[in-house]
Design a protein around this ligand. Structure first.
Ligand code: ZN
Ligand code: ZN
Length: 78
């Protein structure tokens, strides 16, 4: 039995479902470190999005999963 493609639920923390991620962003808009700025940096490859540019600037590991950050991408929330 295969799961239906439209009902795919990813349990893999390295690949987050876009819908789940969107819901998470709505409730986790604030940076997890300073809790005052909006979280607007996406860490790759782990794809966590929990910190603001100010707090992300000096760190080399994701504070959520402790993975080494290879790239951080600034996101723009509209
Ligand atoms: Zn911050
Ligand atoms: Zn992470």
């Amino acid at each position: 039995m295969k799961n239906q493609g439209s009902d795919q639920i990813s349990q893999d923390c390295f690949h987050e479902d876009p819908i789940t991620e969107n819901q998470r962003l709505k409730s986790l808009l604030l940076c997890m470190r300073c809790k005052s700025n909006d979280a607007n940096v996406l860490f790759l490859p782990c794809a966590h999005h929990r910190m603001c540019t100010d707090c992300a600037r000096g760190i080399s590991k994701c504070p959520v999963c402790q993975q080494t950050i290879q790239t951080s991408v600034q996101t723009v929330l509209t």
